[in-house]
Ligand binder design. Structure first.
Ligand code: BTN
Length: 256
């Protein structure tokens, strides 16, 4: 376990600013860092999304950053870090924009049925043990133009609120809230509280969903497991535990 944080110290021990990189997650994987490093880039040339997608990352308008963490956990617990990262971003955006952002499981941040932020958690493992956990966050902040493929499902904070935002202020707010949840998860091990809070922000709970991965499941999203899986209950009351790596969700209204 990492040493308990001294209250005088800041949670983020080191911040690295890059003008341009291929991907902050790839950069985080490639190099060695100390505990709780934050890598921020102004633009990415090969921003990675989940399931092999591209994350469009033009200069000057978005936030592209990766937390580099060293929690002493097994790989099957890594989704919990995805959840707390999503919660931190969701709460930070709601506080700064004065609007109610929600989470589409596992960790898209959405508003009005459109996506404003995506999170990609990756890890470097030795067997089952996590050696390095990288939580990459991409937020459309002052973005005005989206490529045709995503313009119907993507939005930005400036589109939602009709004004531009300071990326620095948003990053500061996210790291403050992330610290709170990281302590709750890693030091206090209060996963129940985390799941309860996550469920209150999650847009899928109580809704009909289909999860398409190696298998397709239809049913109602009824719960989030302590590992962070989406629990889908079918019409016969049978529960399926769906893992983020292998699914996309389609609810009743298109993207969400
Ligand atoms: C998704 O919704 O598909 C996840 C998108 C994650 C994008 C961020 S931007 C910063 C970090 N670096 C990457 O290459 N990807 C993540």
């Amino acid at each position: 376990m990492p040493t308990q944080k001294n209250s005088q110290e800041s949670f983020i021990k080191k911040t690295i600013y890059l003008k341009k990189t291929d991907s902050t997650n790839a950069f985080a994987k490639k190099h060695d860092f100390t505990e709780n490093t934050l890598i921020i880039a102004d633009c990415q040339t090969s921003g990675k999304g989940r399931t092999g997608k591209v994350w469009v990352s033009p200069a000057g308008s978005g936030i592209y950053m990766s937390f580099v963490l060293f929690p002493q956990v097994n790989v099957n617990e890594i989704m919990q870090f995805t959840l707390i990262c999503g919660m931190a971003v969701c709460e930070a955006l709601s506080a700064i924009c004065g609007e109610n952002f929600r989470i589409k499981w596992p960790n898209d941040i959405v508003f009005g049925g459109k996506k404003v932020c995506g999170i990609l958690t990756e890890c470097v493992c030795a067997g089952e043990k996590v050696k390095k956990c990288i939580s990459g966050v991409g937020i459309n902040v002052n973005t005005t133009d989206f490529p045709d493929e995503i313009k119907d499902i993507a939005t930005s904070l400036s589109e939602i609120c009709g004004k531009n935002f300071s990326r620095e202020e948003i990053i500061r707010k996210i790291t403050d809230i992330f610290e709170k949840y990281y302590i709750l998860l890693v030091y206090k091990k209060d996963i129940k509280k985390i799941i309860e809070k996550y469920k209150s922000l999650c847009i899928n709970i109580g809704k009909k969903v289909s999860a398409n991965g190696t298998q397709t499941f239809f049913g109602t999203a009824t719960d989030i497991s302590e590992k962070g899986e989406l629990v889908i209950t079918d019409e016969n009351g049978i529960k399926f535990f769906v893992n983020s790596g292998e699914v996309s969700l389609r609810g009743e209204n298109g993207y969400v």
